[in-house]
Ligand binder design. Structure first.
Ligand SMILES: Cc1cc2nc3c(=O)[nH]c(=O)nc-3n(C[C@H](O)[C@H](O)[C@H](O)COP(=O)(O)OP(=O)(O)OC[C@H]3O[C@@H](n4cnc5c(N)ncnc54)[C@H](O)[C@@H]3O)c2cc1C
Length: 375
């Protein structure tokens, strides 16, 4: 029987399913993909896009074309509410979309806390396209030739964004200052050697590193810190971690404390068998995993298989969490810091490997002429 599969979000975990839309269509099913933006920017290349190591074309996937070229229906909109008992999604535009099976890959966002949300020069590092916007703002001399960029957040994203902000300023003539406000301690949840390499790399290139202080709030010109001091700024980039959207909680669905949709080992809602999901917006029951892109990428084949199985009445596959993975930070100027469990190394070879992995990943999904597009 002809069924309707809806994919909410064109993020990292849905890419295989989108690529293989023709297989759903060949079996008589309809596929609709809902995404607020036609492009999906790959976070692994985001910091490199900020410094100019990658062009936006190299770092993004044309989700709209990928869907339309494969026989799916693309809707530029956002899911605003789920009515799971009626099997209906309400979109931001007010349109209602019925589904037989739905999968969510709507990602996460950065909480801005008490930062001045109305201020145009305070930007979260997600969506990743913000990093391209920042590059353009800095290069347009909007902040003069000597801007002060403050990055808030001492995790891997904050470190990469600070390092690549420095590279951006260096490549633009070397003027300007980057300050990283790292919270309690730089990279505190990672092996100590990673923090040491990162601090050394940042300080060597002139980035100011503040540890033991947090952002409290901001005025249009100053960032207020937890020790009572304040910093002048031209631009603030906030990288204080991520949380899932309030969509599932607002829809009365079963979530974890952060608001992530609770799914079982089949990446299937524990409440509604026709609802699936992957990436940062879900929480795996019994196996909490960190919100990193590696897991979203690894979920691709299982999510594809289980969406097909759910439509066809086949047996579902299990997603096996592998807590071991390689993380590599792009530290700018062709250098990186890599670690897998407690094995840590830094230098040019680390970035070289990251670049190979990221470009290979993009090659699999850049099937819509992305590299030939104008910016
Ligand atoms: C600067 C930076 C660097 C990072 N580097 C790495 C790295 O090197 N390695 C790593 O493993 N992780 C990295 N991460 C973490 C990684 O970005 C996330 O874990 C990853 O993006 C999760 O993928 P996702 O598909 O779940 O979400 P996202 O990538 O956020 O994608 C979600 C998609 O859903 C769409 N969407 C949002 N809301 C709605 C809605 N209501 N309706 C429909 N669609 C919607 C969005 O437009 C987006 O396209 C990095 C993060 C940052 C910020």
């Amino acid at each position: 029987m002809r069924k309707h599969l809806v994919l909410a979000g064109g993020g990292h975990a849905h890419l295989t399913t989108i690529l293989r839309i023709p297989e759903f269509v060949a079996r008589g099913h309809r596929v609709t993909v809902i995404s607020p933006e036609p492009y999906h920017y790959y976070s692994g290349m985001g910091p490199g896009m900020l410094s100019g190591t990658y062009t936006p074309q190299e770092a993004r996937l044309h989700i709209r074309r990928m869907v339309q070229d494969r026989g799916g229906l693309y809707l530029e909109d956002a899911v605003d509410r789920v009515f799971p008992d009626q099997q209906v999604l309400r979109l931001a535009s007010g349109t209602e979309i019925p589904y037989d099976v739905v999968s969510f890959n709507v990602g996460s966002s950065v909480p801005l806390g008490d930062a001045d949300l109305a201020c145009p020069n305070i930007l979260p590092v997600k969506p990743v396209v913000n990093l391209h916007r920042v590059r353009r703002m800095v290069l347009s001399s909007e902040y003069g030739d000597s801007p002060h960029i403050v990055v808030v957040g001492g995790g891997p994203a904050g470190v990469e964004v600070a390092a690549n902000s420095r590279t951006l300023l260096d490549r633009a003539g070397g003027k300007g200052q980057v300050t990283l406000v790292a919270g309690t301690k730089l990279l505190k949840d990672h092996p100590a050697a990673v923090g040491k390499h990162a601090a050394a790399s940042l300080l060597k290139r002139g980035t100011r590193l503040l540890q033991g202080v947090r952002m409290v709030s901001s005025t249009p010109t100053r960032l207020l810190l937890s020790d009572g001091s304040s910093l002048p700024y031209d631009l603030i980039l906030v990288a204080v971690g991520v949380h899932p959207p309030s969509l599932f909680r607002d829809s009365g669905m079963h979530t974890d404390t952060a608001g992530g949709l609770v799914v079982n080992e089949h990446l299937q809602s524990v409440q509604y068998p026709e609802i699936f999901g992957g990436g940062d917006c879900v929480s795996l029951k019994g196996s909490p995993i960190s919100r990193v892109g590696v897991h979203a990428v690894r979920q691709n084949p299982v999510l594809f298989q289980n969406l097909m199985s759910s439509l066809e009445g086949w047996k579902l596959e299990s997603f096996k969490v592998n807590p071991v993975y390689l993380l590599i930070m792009n530290m700018g100027e062709g250098t990186g810091i890599a670690w897998r469990r407690n094995f840590v190394w830094a230098g040019r070879s680390a970035f070289f490997l990251k670049d190979i992995i990221d470009r290979r990943f993009m090659r699999r999904f850049q099937v819509s002429g992305e590299l030939e597009e104008p910016i």
